[in-house]
Design a binder for this molecule. Structure first.
Ligand SMILES: Nc1ncnc2c1ncn2[C@@H]1O[C@H](COP(=O)(O)OP(=O)(O)O)[C@@H](O)[C@H]1O
Ligand SMILES: [Mg+2]
Length: 262
């Protein structure tokens, strides 16, 4: 299974009144295609900064980011925008559905923005079905629970068939049960729809559902993660150092033995 997104020595420096501040330093990570990758770490550890760079919303100050065989850290802003529109979906902690539109219309509207050429209503309904909300298609956002609203947001984010879905603390505003339902939905989307998902969380109960888990601390990767998840974490480090060798394709030569039957 290849890493659809990879980074090589990524750092991000912000100019602050107190001087330059490195929010990320020396980040080598990869997200395997069709799998669920989780970034964990305390508030302020750099999760959102890294997600924004992986999701082509921001550029690294140093290092490289690859999306498939394209180096997106060398993209122009216009190329980034196009990549996001066509291949990337986003879900955030604050859901931000459009309040005057019902669930179906919210998803349809996103398809219109994405210039989706097919039958938007049919595709929107299909996505609501995928997230288990076809019965709620005509409900307004305020008539839905927080967990249901987040699932509409997920339907909206995957409607244009993105290759990668980014979810920044998607369970952060939800109760435990709703949060777990969202992550189980993510598992279905990876296992049954082949979507690649990268999410952040600081909920330990959620982390064990990830195929690969990275931990950030003060902008750096923590390498001695608790094992017992699986060897994926180590494999990720190996893949990253293979990429460091100069050939981004090298990372793919790393075969993960557990691609099936989970
Ligand atoms: N635009 C910015 N300007 C200055 N500092 C920033 C900016 N964005 C994030 N930071 C700082 O970078 C660090 C990491 O932030 P963030 O990535 O949001 O962490 P997390 O998502 O893990 O809570 C924090 O110390 C934060 O204050
Ligand atoms: Mg954050």
């Amino acid at each position: 299974m290849m890493d659809i997104i990879r980074t090589e020595g990524v750092g991000r420096c912000f100019e602050t009144p107190a001087g330059p501040f490195w929010a990320l330093k020396g980040i080598d990570v990869g997200a395997p295609e069709g799998k669920l990758t989780i970034l964990r770490g305390r508030s302020g550890s750099g999760k959102t900064t890294l997600m924004n760079i992986l999701g082509a919303l921001d550029f690294p100050t140093e290092g490289k980011v690859w999306f498939g065989d394209r180096e997106i850290s060398a993209f122009s802003e216009a190329e980034q925008t196009r990549l996001r529109r066509e291949q990337i979906g986003f879900v955030f902690q604050s859901v931000a559905l459009i309040p005057m539109m019902n669930a179906l219309e919210n998803v349809e509207y996103a398809l219109r923005l994405a210039k989706y050429q097919g039958d938007r209503t049919a595709r929107a309904m299909e996505c609501l079905r995928l997230v288990g909300l076809s019965q709620r298609a005509d409900h307004m956002p305020q008539e839905l629970s927080g967990g249901e609203q987040q699932r509409v947001a997920i339907a909206r984010a995957i409607a244009h068939y993105p290759k990668v879905l980014f979810a920044d603390e998607p369970t952060g505003a939800l109760d435990t049960a709703s949060g777990l339902a969202v992550v189980k939905l993510f598992r279905e989307l990876t296992d049954q729809q082949g979507v690649t998902i990268i999410m952040t969380t600081h909920d330990p109960g959620i982390m064990e559902l990830g195929d690969r888990v990275y931990e950030l601390s003060d902008g750096r990767l923590v390498t001695d993660l608790d094992e017992g998840l699986e060897n994926e974490t180590e494999a990720g480090t190996d893949a990253a150092s293979a990429v460091q060798g100069g050939d981004p394709i090298q990372g793919d030569s790393l075969k993960e033995g557990d691609g099936h039957g989970e």
